[in-house]
Design a protein around this ligand. Structure first.
Ligand code: COA
Length: 187
């Protein structure tokens, strides 16, 4: 049975392993701004620090999809406060959140895992004051675009250049989605 939860501080090895697996995905070059080689070169302390923030920070959270105890997908939601600069060096206009690092294991693609992860991300973002939830998706990543569009994300018309190439900005009016209203809090 599938459930979504936030990672815990002591799970840094699982966080590292899932990241390495996602960076090995054939789609990784257009899905992520990092490479497996650079991730493999990082120290245990890097993964401990990253996992501590992902587990406990008020600025962002990493959520995992768990199926019978096995992690089968993940994303990270990052809060953006007005005046701050986001990961593509844009100035943030209103309280918002970005979703990054989205990955679902191939065995769980097309089965709703991505929707459950996005629902939980929106719930966490709204609970922390975000008015919109946005993401950047590579112009050639049509499957990801399809999943985001089905969930309710819409293209803003903004196209940016990242190390991965040209990316479309997609956004969702978080306060209007109402999707997460009945879900228990993720903490
Ligand atoms: C992106 C990802 C999380 C999406 O999850 P998923 O379970 O595969 O998504 P789904 O299959 O539920 O939805 C994909 C949608 O795109 C459509 N789609 C699939 N391939 C497509 C293509 N080549 N062109 C256009 N649409 C396509 C599907 O029909 C579906 O839409 P529908 O339900 O309206 O029919 C997953 O594919 C993944 O982990 N990919 C590798 C990493 C990645 O790309 N991450 C995103 C970085 S922004």
């Amino acid at each position: 049975m599938l459930s979504i939860r936030r990672v815990r501080v002591d799970e840094w090895e699982a966080v590292r392993d899932l990241r390495l697996e996602s960076l090995s995905d054939p789609l990784a070059p257009i899905a992520f701004l990092d490479t497996r080689a650079s991730a493999e070169a990082r120290s245990d302390d890097f993964w401990r620090d990253r996992t501590a923030r992902a587990a406990e920070s008020d600025d962002g959270a990493q959520l995992v999809a768990e199926d019978d105890g096995e992690w089968v997908g993940s994303l990270t939601v990052l809060l953006r406060r007005p005046g701050a600069t986001d990961h593509l060096h844009r100035t943030v206009a209103h309280p918002s959140a970005d979703v990054v690092g989205v990955w679902v294991r191939p065995t769980h693609r097309g089965d709703g895992t991505i929707d459950a992860l996005l629902e939980a991300a929106v719930e966490w973002a709204v609970a922390h004051g975000a008015q919109t939830v946005s993401l950047d998706v590579h112009v050639d990543n049509h499957r990801a675009q399809g999943a985001y569009r089905r969930f309710g994300f819409r293209e803003t018309g903004e196209v940016t250049q990242s190390v991965a190439g040209r990316e479309l900005r997609m956004t969702l009016q978080a306060e209007r989605s109402g999707r997460a209203a009945d879900r228990p809090s993720l903490g």
